[in-house]
Design a protein around this ligand. Structure first.
Ligand SMILES: NC(=O)c1ccc[n+]([C@@H]2O[C@H](COP(=O)([O-])OP(=O)(O)OC[C@H]3O[C@@H](n4cnc5c(N)ncnc54)[C@H](O)[C@@H]3O)[C@@H](O)[C@H]2O)c1
Length: 289
């Protein structure tokens, strides 16, 4: 029960990594305020958390809108009395096109969802976190270190979060507030597997071979990292970018192809996840090819 007595806001909590963070935090004793777009199954995740003995509330809204972000933070504080942790996990990956073909509207959508929402939520949560000496977590990306071809604004939006997390950590340390960033590589969500996403089936099939550990990460493996960083066990960690990419950043060539099948199996996991691959439902995805 690493998070016993804590209250956490989790954004993008209806699907993928956010759903896993919701369940993991609840299992570790946190009461969770779960936010996502109106088309996301956030209420379903909140109901599942409650069914499993936790305490959860759903909030539906576009967090890149100033009034929605403010309302979300205020509603969380009202519902649970205080806020200890903000997890800025919401994001979109909705286009696959070389930069000259990348649509301006997709650039704007990416900046709003990936950057503006995290800025607004952080801005409005900080006064509450001062009271609890709480902490803020961001979901960055391996792409924020390395850049990514055919999705150049996406990688750059994650670089913003990396630097923003460090800046917030430096600035807020004097108030006892920590800030850290988890930077996943390919995780098994709608973004890297299944139809309707920005990556073609051909590219999806090459992912595991590119990763030295020979497979995508699971949402639950990511949630485990967030739970540790959010907890008092991480009390001396602030301004950290924690890369969780199966080794892909330093890799040279398709190293995953040398991993034997038995080592490619992901851990079974124990969270009751139902929406790992639902994150792109209701979103327009642009593929230039
Ligand atoms: N899946 C990967 O391979 C991968 C790799 C690196 C980083 N990440 C990061 O992990 C996070 C979660 O991604 P995921 O793979 O679980 O995808 P996902 O699509 O399942 O989850 C993202 C969630 O955020 C929600 N969201 C988007 N914009 C929002 C807004 N304006 N307001 C409220 N909610 C909003 C989406 O609707 C969705 O439910 C993202 O920040 C992403 O950049 C994912």
């Amino acid at each position: 029960m690493r998070l016993k007595g804590k209250v956490a806001i989790v954004t993008g909590a209806g699907t993928g990594i956010g759903e896993a963070i919701a369940h993991k935090f609840s299992r570790e004793g946190a009461r969770v305020f779960l936010a996502g777009l109106p088309s996301d199954p956030v209420q379903d995740v909140a109901a599942a958390v409650t069914t499993n003995g936790g305490d959860a509330e759903a909030f539906l809204g576009d967090l890149s809108e100033e009034d929605q972000a403010r309302k979300c933070v205020e509603a969380a504080a009202r519902r649970f009395g205080h806020i200890n942790v903000l997890v800025n996990n919401a994001g979109i990956f909705i286009a696959n096109a070389e930069t000259d073909a990348y649509r301006v509207e997709d650039f704007d959508r990416t900046i709003r969802a990936n950057i503006r929402a995290a800025f607004l939520m952080t801005k409005f949560a900080i006064p509450h976190l001062h009271k609890t000496r709480g902490n803020i977590l961001f979901t960055g990306s391996e792409a924020g270190f390395n850049g990514s071809a055919n999705m150049t604004p996406y990688g750059a939006s994650k670089s913003f979060l990396h630097a923003f997390a460090k800046g917030v950590a430096l600035e807020q340390a004097k108030y006892g507030v920590r800030a850290n960033c988890v930077c996943p590589g390919a995780v098994d969500t709608a973004w890297t597997r299944g139809p309707g996403g920005p990556l073609s089936a051909e590219v999806q099939n090459t992912i595991d071979g590119m990763v030295p550990l020979g497979r995508r990460g699971t949402p639950e493996e990511m949630a485990n990292i967030f739970a540790f960083l959010a907890s008092d066990e991480a009390s001396y960690i602030t301004g950290a970018l924690l890369l969780a990419d199966g080794g892909v950043t330093p890799a040279k060539g398709p190293m995953g192809e040398f991993v034997p099948d038995e080592l490619r199996r992901p851990p079974a996991g124990s969270l009751p996840l139902r929406h790992s691959h639902d994150g792109l439902h209701g979103k327009e995805v642009f593929n230039a090819k």
